[in-house]
Design a binder for this molecule. Sequence first.
Ligand SMILES: Cc1ncc(COP(=O)(O)O)c(C=O)c1O
Length: 345
Amino acid sequence: MVSAGELHLALKSGFPRDRIHFLGNNKSLEDLQAAYAAGATIVIDGDHEFDLLRNVVPDGKRAPVMLRLSPGVKPDTHDHISTGQLDSKFGFSIESGAARKAVETAVNHPRLDLVGLHSHIGSQIFALGAYEQAMDIMLDLLAELRAEIGFEPRKLGAGGGLGIAYTQHDDPPTPRHFVETVRHALESGCARRDLKVPELVVEPGRSIAGPAGMALYTVGSIKDIPGVRRYVAVDGGMGDNIRPKLYGARYEAFLASDPDRSPDGKVTIAGKYCESTDILISDIPMPPLAPGDVIAVPAAGAYCLAMASNYNGMPRPEVLMLRDGQARVMRRRETLDDLVAAEVF
Ligand SMILES: Cc1ncc(COP(=O)(O)O)c(C=O)c1O
């Protein structure tokens, strides 16, 4: 979780409190108060939080915390979703010495119980070597901390970030491969340094939620520019999926009623928002399409609706949960009144 709002959602949905880790690079006093009250483990991201927490945790109590460290590793993924390098807004850098200093501050803080160290190097990662590199750097720090200040963390967080297939050309590692790689790096790295093996914490997000979701769009207007392009506009776009424009994410689409029908040419699937860049997929082979056809876009379960907006006054879509051929509404379609619910007239 990275906000009191996400925490609220987690608590409302019955998520176990003791498994909540509360992150964020600029937590407010209210965020920290909510996280402490919920019993979450707070993952401190910057020095400011040491001060704020003095006013959050009552006398005589200690909040369980971890420290988010930046191991200085640049995974093979889009720059916009890399987080573990020196030049990042997230975490205490190991390379600069900030991490080492933060550990000392946390260990000596009267209201904190430093249970572990945490890292998250980025997202949509296919090459698992980056996790091994990050683990090695974290364990070097652990060896230094044990030798110099006698600190050994009970938990070590390796973050999330396992990539998923958005198109048929993507071939990500399996979750098992990811976990085995990280666990092996931890256990063999601890053995080499004669360290106690801490509890490993991983936080996969996209690899659980992403493949579980499929976005459905209905085709509306079709515009042919002979010799240039065919635009097929659908009833959604950047308001429900900002990823293509945020970091050049590439998707595939299928005709939902006949996914195996052969393509007859390339089209560009455009959204209905008032921005020229509101393009979901450029130049994708599709069968002949007509208004009313439903297009399915796989791997839409993560970072789509969660990043959705009401830009142009468009209500966000409904979400259906499917199981054994049965559908149930999990989130209703927003109404026009929802759009004005927070306005003060
Ligand atoms: C600290 C942290 N952990 C885990 C995740 C989940 O990443 P992913 O969905 O790529 O697995 C994120 C995503 O932003 C994150 O910031």
